[in-house]
Design a binder for this molecule. Sequence first.
Ligand SMILES: Cc1cc2nc3c(=O)[nH]c(=O)nc-3n(C[C@H](O)[C@H](O)[C@H](O)COP(=O)(O)OP(=O)(O)OC[C@H]3O[C@@H](n4cnc5c(N)ncnc54)[C@H](O)[C@@H]3O)c2cc1C
Length: 427
Amino acid sequence: MKAIIIGAGLGGLLSAAKLSQSGYEVEVFESLPIIGGRFTNIPYKGFQLSTGALHMIPHGPSGPLAMLLEDVGAEVTIVRKKPTAVIRIPRKRGDRDYKFGHKDLMFEDFKVPFSLLNRIKLAFYIITTRKKPPKEGSFAQWCSKHIEQEWTHRISDSFFGWALSLRSSDVPVEEAFEIIENLYRYGGSGVPLGGCKAITDALADIVHANGGKVHTSAEVTKIVVDNGKAKGIAVDGQEHNADLVISDIGHSATAILLDDGTKSTEIQKYIDRTKNLKPSAGIKICLCSDKPLVGHGGVLLTPYAQRINGINEVTNIDPDLAPTGKHLTMSHQCVRLEDLDRLEEEIDLGLSDLKYIFAGKEYEVLLIQSYSNGWPVNRSSSGTDLNNMTPISDLYVVGDGAKGKGGIEVEGVALGVMHTMEEILGY
Ligand SMILES: Cc1cc2nc3c(=O)[nH]c(=O)nc-3n(C[C@H](O)[C@H](O)[C@H](O)COP(=O)(O)OP(=O)(O)OC[C@H]3O[C@@H](n4cnc5c(N)ncnc54)[C@H](O)[C@@H]3O)c2cc1C
């Protein structure tokens, strides 16, 4: 059996590793000259920056990605250190610029700023929603109805901005509750030693060791469909046949490549649905400093900032991600799709947040990266993902355009790949 995989991002390489280990002949086609997609390193001035991710695995060494990596035999170490998340709030209520200093709350104490009544309500909802999670509307709408307070919106916008690059008003409440459940189930974040590249390179090594091939600078221009079944792909005008095709480029881009003469109603309906999918966008600002700015290996959530949702300093876990004696700190801010035409302003707001958050500390801005359109934070914003199947038999979609439920970023990618493998391999 032969499998062709379109795209050597994390989703494509996880699928390729698993199938090559399960006896499939595997060929991966990647349009860029490098592998890893939005999950690899960019060496820059001695720092290991990245093509996308902030070198962070949402559920660290005990989440779905770690499990799948272990399953395929990828040798990667993911380190989780306490605290995994800290919330920075102003010492004085309403002082957004931290003129009167700040306090750092442990994530577990996120309830402290709630009123007594809301803390009681929260305890009640934590128990009742586990049995019957809400389904209608956005997380922000649910909060407004049940636990209305400024803090509710600040902390949820900061958390979902960091984790999903979405405002809480853009996160479907059902997905939000699945994510919260997974936080309890799998625990907090960790950093892979060597950064994102350590993971995607380890996966490519497994594919090669099992006799598979990974082609770079090889853009797939067509998915060949015959009688409702995927038969292969075309690269540079040359067709390559396979028993199944897995696409790591999201449903929308996959639909554009379909070469199907019949255009059955079912396929046409699928193509129409993919046109409504929306990605999530964001801005990452990379800082370097001699002294630590954050001081721990977890996330610093910043609910009082204008734009920055959270910050991490990965060198507190892996010092090799920066030159000796330096620290690498990265901030993330979500950008709403309607604000994409004013990116410069959004970047300025992010930079001004950092001045307040790190007031009195010395740092240099290394690089500012923005992510949207064909290179977004997520190809489908969380909670809007279509599943891994398509109406074309033997054509599957993986990656962050088809994440598993409740899976934050690469954890969602891993859940989607697990689901796809169950469909293909039957286990
Ligand atoms: C700023 C930012 C911060 C993030 N931070 C984190 C984080 O800290 N933790 C986390 O878990 N996640 C994070 N993410 C998300 C994470 O990076 C992505 O979810 C993940 O890398 C997506 O992998 P993928 O395989 O789905 O897609 P991709 O990495 O995009 O892989 C798809 C590949 O397909 C290739 N391709 C496209 N079209 C074709 C074609 N026609 N033919 C051949 N190849 C093609 C692309 O070049 C690409 O290499 C972040 C993302 C961004 C942008």
